[in-house]
Design a protein around this ligand. Structure first.
Ligand SMILES: [Fe+2]
Ligand SMILES: [Fe+2]
Length: 205
């Protein structure tokens, strides 16, 4: 490409990024991707700092469920930490207004169910993971073969969201229906272990 091509970042230019130029050239709609990442960041932010916290607080008497909820909560925090730098690298930014940020979330607004029974809480946790699986799959689809950095991040997060759904299916099936539907889960090494998104070793005795 000629040096004066407007799609090519010029020598010494700090207002454009080659890291964006190359993914745009491969067909990524960067503005749309930034919007999706902000929506997903808002969903992870709301779930880790608020939603899963209040849900866990209401799982009194179910210490095992609390622990699994806490793993899912802290892994969402790891997701948040991964997404935010990527938004800025792509030239985006977080909204400078918390309510506006919350309102852009890609998943339904977080609320304690009424009544906050264990079955109702497990149902919400499961459905929240399902929303996350759909949202991260969309980012994987958009970036596959075009933006390896965002794809790698989204695929790591998606791996954990799929595990989270399986955990809550297992617990809800037993609690609500008396059914055994194994998730393959034993336990994380420590709360919020996040083997995929923190690149931590898997439980492998
Ligand atoms: Fe998450
Ligand atoms: Fe999750």
């Amino acid at each position: 490409m000629p040096a004066n091509d407007k799609n090519v970042v010029q020598h010494g230019d700090v207002n454009q990024r080659v890291g964006v130029e190359v993914i745009r050239a491969r067909g990524v709609d960067v503005e749309k991707l930034i919007k999706m990442l902000i929506a997903n960041a808002a969903a992870e932010f709301a779930s880790t700092y608020y939603y899963y916290t209040i849900l866990r607080m209401h799982l009194a008497g179910y210490e095992d469920y609390k622990e699994i909820c806490e793993d899912a909560r802290l892994e969402d925090r790891a997701h948040w930490e991964l997404i935010v730098p990527r938004i800025y690298e792509l030239g985006g930014e977080l909204p400078n207004d918390l309510p506006a940020f919350h309102d852009q979330a890609g998943c339904a607004a977080a609320k304690l169910p009424s009544p906050p029974t264990v079955v109702n809480i497990l149902t919400l946790l499961m459905e929240s993971e399902r929303c996350a699986i759909r949202s991260w799959s969309a980012v994987c689809d958009m970036t596959f073969g075009k933006d390896p950095r965002t794809y790698d991040m989204a695929a790591r997060i998606l791996n954990e969201e799929i595990e989270h759904e399986a955990w809550f299916i297992e617990l809800l099936a037993r609690e609500r229906d008396g059914k055994i539907i194994p998730s393959g889960h034993f336990r994380r090494g420590e709360p919020g272990h996040a083997p995929y998104s923190k690149n931590a070793p898997f439980y492998n005795p």
